[in-house]
Design a protein around this ligand. Structure first.
Ligand code: PMP
Length: 280
């Protein structure tokens, strides 16, 4: 278990890592976050995640006092202190502590940085598992492109999926198009063998794993299009998979009780997953 966390300048046991009841992240979800995977000295897509963290901070006007260099030192220290060789880091920055008031007008709070490391089982070489998913209406706010901790619709969607014995909840917009998963980007391979994932149109998070996989498809001569697709297209496709920093490339073999490719993991999903791991 990884016991040492980082909280506002201090490395401490997770049980003693306490945050103020007046933290704006706690009150309003006024905070942003990132998750980065780590494998024996290598961070997956480190620069992309850190760039997105600073961009999220900028988008909600949090003036962060810690530089990228300082952040990297803290992250490395945490993996060393926890003796974790394989796992991920959760990084959160809230606007800080203040008396409860919606507005942050003229508020000069110091942002609070917190981090937790989690250890994971190194089972890359195990047989790859396909997962089930359930579709849900996308009822999120109009800025899901910002990676804030305000995740209640995502929490409800994932829980609903789990209650139905599924791994992921896939959001469908009001026009019947797939947006993304509750914590992942969604891809299909259609009957024309085109690989599709929704374009960055403000309705999804610009996934870092999505970007890396998109680059692979281009470099390896796959037919890839950043274009939205409907729920029906998804249910009728050859392959469906999801991408995220913690699930990498994970094949989806059943959605809303409809089997994809007769419930068998497709070869392109496996190929892209392998390419992803070989990249680091
Ligand atoms: N969409 C949502 C809503 C997510 O929460 C995540 C995971 N953070 C992703 C997509 C995938 O992003 P990434 O590949 O950067 O982990």
């Amino acid at each position: 278990m990884a016991n040492i966390s980082y909280i506002d300048g201090v490395y401490c046991n997770i049980e003693n890592a306490k945050i103020s009841i007046n933290d704006r992240g706690y009150h309003f979800g006024d905070s942003v976050y990132e998750v980065i995977f780590y494998n024996n000295g290598t961070f997956y897509d480190y620069d992309g995640h850190i760039k997105r963290l600073y961009n999220s901070l900028k988008l909600i006007n949090i003036k962060f006092h810690i530089t990228k260099q300082q952040l990297k030192i803290i992250i490395k220290n945490l993996f060393r202190l926890n003796k974790v060789n394989f796992g991920s880091i959760y990084i959160q920055v809230s606007r800080g502590v203040a008396d409860r008031n919606h507005s942050y007008f003229k508020l000069n709070t110091k942002p609070i940085l917190t981090m937790i490391v989690s250890k994971q089982k190194n089972n890359f070489s195990d047989d790859i598992q396909g997962v089930k998913a359930i579709t849900v209406l996308d009822n999120r706010w109009s800025r899901p492109d910002i990676k804030t901790t305000q995740l209640l619709p995502n929490v409800l969607a994932k829980t609903y999926a789990n209650e139905k014995n599924a791994y992921e909840g896939i959001f469908i917009d009001h026009e019947g198009y797939v947006t993304e998963g509750s914590s992942s980007n969604i891809w299909i391979i259609n009957k024309n063998n085109e690989i599709l994932t929704r374009e960055i149109d403000g309705k999804i998070l610009s996934g870092i794993t999505r970007k890396t996989i998109s680059q692979f498809t281009k470099n390896n001569n796959f037919k890839m299009l950043e274009k939205k697709f409907t729920k029906e297209e998804m249910l009728n496709s050859r392959e469906v998979f999801l991408t995220s920093a913690s699930s990498f490339v994970t094949p989806i073999i059943e959605i809303d009780n409809v089997k994809i490719n007769n419930g068998i993991i497709g070869k392109t999903s496996i190929e892209l997953r392998d390419l992803y791991f070989k990249n680091f």
